[in-house]
Design a protein around this ligand. Structure first.
Ligand code: MN
Length: 385
């Protein structure tokens, strides 16, 4: 098995840190060539000392200055967006793990694809905002894009049991989040700390809020549409509170293939890097007897309208998925900063998506323009609340 030389964009985030645990578990399979982060210079410094990459990047120049002043080791530290592009296109790297926060990763990911790098994609916003452009580039540059998202990793694995034209539907599972079964009145008064307690997964702050509103599941439906080239009519969402089945594929004969495992992000991260092989690890194993019961129910789109709004934006296509994503980012960050109430999140998003005119077959510039405009509108609404 050839060793994989990887570059991690977003190494200090939740996915990045867990990817480094995977790397530390598989030193004979994975070599970290580049570590790139945004502002967390102290965490990056520890990572540099432990993994000695060829170079490291901090896109925030102040953070880079701080680290350069302090660190006198052999690893060169680059800064700014050019640093991120260097990380994405470095010749000694064959696989780029795209795990930056939100939508900032788009251009570096496009750059990596154009340079022939395989992509392990954790950044779903990229596919949501620019799915057609990204997949077009993936296909024309003949690179492989493996999903890190646990649901998509499950589908990616289950799909290996049949042919594409034998797929009847993809079934994406959702935990339902911490507020499953809540009434509207109960939702009105939920606070930030309640939101940040996900029942099953340990994740970053933004995606944890997205999971509680089901916006995350909507983004994942759009992500699945692009990743697996599947029409929206063939993608379903089922709430499965135990998060043991990570998603399923139904084939034309009625067989349903499910991928199961502990809700541990290191598993899909590792598979995104190991594919088509599987590496050993000592992570905790699923004990079916301890799990006991698996249950399933329909998602409540009355209480959690963002699931439907996201899918509607996905079906409309063009720039609307990007607009949805941006409105969601702005609303969630405002909520994380205690500027708005919980139920303002869906309110803001529905307002922004309603106000937007669509552009079909958007270019990268159209998408970036839509991003800017939608962000402005979202911020205006946030200030006016
Ligand atoms: Mn997921």
């Amino acid at each position: 098995m050839a060793i994989k030389n990887i570059s991690i964009l977003g190494s200090t985030g939740s996915i990045g840190q867990q990817a480094l645990e995977v790397t530390a578990t598989n030193p004979e399979h994975i070599k970290v060539r580049v570590l790139a982060a945004h502002t967390s210079d102290e965490i990056l410094e520890q990572q540099i000392r432990k993994f000695t990459p060829d170079f490291a990047v901090l896109t925030d120049r102040y953070a880079a200055d701080r680290l350069i002043k302090r660190y006198h080791g052999p690893v060169e530290i680059l800064s700014g967006e050019e640093g991120l592009f260097a990380a994405a296109s470095y010749e000694k790297v064959d696989t780029v793990l795209a795990a930056t926060l939100g939508y900032v990763g788009l251009r570096p990911i496009m750059k990596a694809i154009e340079c022939g790098k395989n992509i392990a994609l954790a950044n779903k916003e990229t596919l949501v905002a620019a799915g057609s452009l990204v997949m077009e580039a993936v296909n024309s540059n003949n690179v492989v894009l493996t999903p890190v998202d646990s649901e998509h990793s499950a589908i990616f694995q289950a799909l290996q049991c049949g042919k594409v034209d034998e797929v009847k539907r993809l079934i994406i599972t959702a935990s339902g989040g911490p507020f499953r079964g809540y009434s509207l009145n109960e939702l009105k008064s939920v606070n930030l700390s309640q939101c940040l307690k996900h029942p099953n997964w340990t994740m970053g702050r933004k995606i944890t809020i997205d999971s509680s509103t089901l916006a995350n599941k909507g983004l994942e439906v759009i992500e699945a549409h692009w990743l697996f080239d599947m029409p929206y009519e063939k993608i379903e969402v089922v709430v499965h509170p135990q998060s043991i089945i990570h998603s399923l594929v139904e084939f034309s004969d009625g067989s349903i293939m499910a991928q199961m495992g502990e809700p541990d992000m290191r598993l899909p991260i590792q598979y995104a890097l190991s594919w088509p092989a599987r590496y050993k690890n000592a992570f905790r194993r699923l004990d079916l007897l301890k799990v006991g019961t698996l249950t399933f129910e329909a998602p409540d789109i009355e209480m959690f309208p963002l699931l439907k709004i996201a899918i509607d934006c996905g079906k409309a296509g063009g720039i609307l998925p990007c607009v949805f994503n941006v409105a969601n980012e702005e609303a969630v960050y405002a909520f994380l900063e205690n500027k708005i109430k919980y139920l303002d999140i869906p309110y803001i998003i529905s307002k922004v998506t309603d106000m937007h005119e669509n552009v079909t077959l958007p270019s990268l510039e159209d998408i970036e323009m839509a991003d800017k405009k939608a962000r402005q509108i979202a911020r205006q609404i946030i200030v006016s609340l």
